[in-house]
Design a protein around this ligand. Sequence first.
Ligand code: KG4
Ligand code: ZN
Length: 331
Amino acid sequence: MIVLGIETTCDETGAAIVEDGRIIHSNIVASSADLHARYGGVFPELAARRHIEAIRPVVEEAMAKAGVTAQDIDLIAVAHGPGLVGALLVGVQFAKGLSIAWNKPFLGINHVEAHLWAAAMEATPPLPALGLVLSGGHTLLLQIDQFGTYHPIATTVDDAIGEAFDKIATLLGLPYPGGPHVEALAKHGTPRFSLSPGYVKRNPIDFSFSGLKTAVLYAMKEVTTEQDKADLAASFQETALRDVVHKARLASQKFSCQSLLFGGGVCNNQRLKELFHTAFPNTPLYFPSPALTLDNAAMIAGLAYQKFLHSPYSDPLDLEAKTRISFQPKA
Ligand code: KG4
Ligand code: ZN
């Protein structure tokens, strides 16, 4: 079964052709990060406008690279949330248009669930698993009993972890998106600044990064040399990542956790991987390969295949783009 996946939740326009949920024939991503660099974060209207320009060529490129025509495609899948509404609308409307023109079923897919699914496209993790979505838009820990049945355990009460990396990068004068730059600078530093992780009183397993951000802002006053900057980057990274590891440990103790599944751009961080391998030496850890970690359409197509196999249907043409989709436990 051939699925065309479409992804436009934030600043990446993605299209992919995936066969039987796992064989990725193409996975094209056009990023508009260059447009947002001067603002230090995603400028929603600019992202939406770039999606409008990019969506058709990106879909055509994905089909050409995979060597498929409209007739070969069995299902169209689109991320319909969560994300920026203007950006989402472009992908959702495009998918609906293709569905009508080609007379093919289409499915709206939860982008965050697809981030979790990415690791399962390349392996078969034992369940129940602890799922961790660590991206520019989300910081989520949840218990995965099976795909489709989730129990949320923790989330962030303010910034997402990737967003915190991006903002710290701006403070340190590094380019956007900042996560990889903070990581690169931190490699040359010693985490000697004393910074505290965020604490959320009503649910101490939840995340908060705004206090840590402010602490870095104040610590900037002590930064005079390039070495100081690297030390501060290392201090921030160490504090934020150790906080994730600590809370993942607490979360994993709430059920009979058999494996950990990672998704989202921050999971590319090598220090994060080191810390998790040390903290969970006896638990299998599943990190998707980099092309499936950042926002991409292959994970959308992969998850859609799985859902379609389970119950073949087409979403109605009035399916909405949703800025938020909650993870409610489903039977
Ligand atoms: O999953 P993703 O492409 O987009 C969202 O769904 O948000 O993740 C992008 C985020 C950005 O905030 C970026 O700075 C962060 O992932 N990121 C990293 C690294 N690579 C990407 N953060 C820390 N270390 C990295 N190596
Ligand atoms: Zn994402």
